[in-house]
Design a protein around this ligand. Structure first.
Ligand SMILES: Nc1ncnc2c1ncn2[C@@H]1O[C@H](COP(=O)(O)OP(=O)(O)O)[C@@H](O)[C@H]1O
Ligand SMILES: [Mg+2]
Length: 368
């Protein structure tokens, strides 16, 4: 099957379009704010939509979501919309669900409070609480929270987790998003070429890191634990990717080609990342960069084997790029004109409980 190609612009010398030859190679997109990153992401989104691929957008700032939604429609997850990402309802084994929740909490903790480590004891406690909630079929993080409150164990460990879960669930809108009665089924989404947009507008950093990590960890588990003869292609677009870099994500990055998954990672700067994370992000097939400040330019320039100044003084709306086969400077295509569409407001109807109390019925009396 021929995979769609990614257009990144025109070659300055020849004015011919420049393509990335192999779409299913990950792509790192960097540039200062206002450079044109979101515009590029939107263009690629439209292209993937044209080819009917499954695609997922994680948009921490919420600036791109409505435009992407206008292009593609699809499942829209936001604080105001009723599609939930309830990890406790994922179609995985209990231990795999534990992984998703624990890794997402861990990511939130390491990203937002680096001096408060997520301890082994905390992991154990959370693991037990999740498994027990699943055992009694109470598939909600609220139940996990209640369970932990009633557990025995060191108060410090307990308080550490309780505070974090409570913070996540304290907002009724977040509660709906994380504990609602539905969950995205990754396999079904990808096989049926569906679209998922996760709009994090209105969430604090900790909350969007948790929400975005549910997506990356959910995907990772899908590829790890569900064996398929053939993997349908899926493109994942993540803006502000630095928030979601973790060992789990590097795993899918490393094995992406095998699973036909491509990550397109937007980031403004490497300043908040340590060396290891920076290396993980640079270890991708395609690098595309708009103008950067010296320090970041130097990091990318080393990869591209050019002078940092070439990136530092790039013209407006021009990019330096490196694919697996070539390098160059290109002019970014003119922005698509897209009229923002408002987010869907209809909340998905939650399934009604069918069972009635057996000792008492409340059906109206119908004389015959
Ligand atoms: N190739 C381009 N040609 C002309 N204008 C562009 C181009 N790319 C981006 N722009 C304009 O620049 C502005 C900022 O772009 P944006 O994609 O939001 O930057 P970033 O996401 O890097 O902060 C937008 O208003 C957009 O219309
Ligand atoms: Mg942007």
């Amino acid at each position: 099957m021929e995979l769609p190609r990614l257009k990144i612009g025109q070659d300055v010398a020849t004015l011919m379009p420049v393509y990335i030859k192999d779409r299913y190679t990950h792509c790192l997109l960097t540039g200062k704010s206002g450079g044109g990153k979101s515009t590029s992401l939107l263009g690629w989104w439209a292209e993937d939509n044209y080819y009917g691929n499954s695609k997922i957008l994680v948009d921490p700032s919420g600036t791109l979501s409505l435009l992407c939604y206008a292009i593609s429609g699809g499942n829209y997850v936001s604080m105001d919309n009723g599609i939930a990402l309830n990890p406790m309802l994922s179609p995985y084994e209990p231990s795999q669900i534990c992984d998703i929740v624990i890794e997402s909490v861990n990511q939130m903790v390491t990203q937002t409070s680096p001096n408060l480590p997520f301890t082994v004891k905390m992991v154990d406690m959370l693991d037990e609480a999740i498994k027990n909630s699943l055992k009694i079929n109470r598939r909600s993080l609220f139940c996990v929270l209640d369970y932990i409150k009633n557990m025995r164990g060191s108060a410090e460990t307990k308080d550490g987790i309780i505070a974090r879960l409570q913070y996540l669930l304290s907002d009724p809108k977040m509660e709906k998003l994380l504990c609602g009665k539905n969950s995205i089924e990754w396999g079904e989404l990808i096989d049926n070429k569906k679209t998922l947009i996760v709009d994090c507008f209105g969430m604090s950093r900790a909350k969007f890191v948790f929400t975005g990590s549910l997506v990356t960890n959910g995907l990772k588990n899908y590829f790890r634990f569900i064996r398929r003869k053939e993997y349908k292609p899926v493109s994942v677009f993540v803006d502000e990717f630095q928030n979601f870099v973790s060992p789990g994500v590097s795993e899918i990055l490393a094995e992406g080609r095998k699973y036909n998954i491509s990550f397109c990672m937007g980031t403004q700067s490497f300043a908040t990342m340590d060396d290891k994370m920076t290396k993980q992000m640079l270890n991708v097939g395609n690098i595309i960069t708009y103008k950067l400040a010296y320090r970041d330019a130097a990091i990318i320039a080393k990869e591209l084997d050019i002078e940092p100044q070439a990136i530092q003084y790039l013209e407006k709306y021009h990019v330096a790029y490196m694919t697996t086969k070539e390098r160059g400077i290109a002019k970014a295509p003119y922005p698509l004109f897209v009229k923002e569409k408002s987010a869907p407001t209809s909340v998905m109807v939650e399934p009604q409980r069918k069972s009635k109390p057996s000792w008492f019925t409340t059906e109206s009396y119908q004389p015959t």
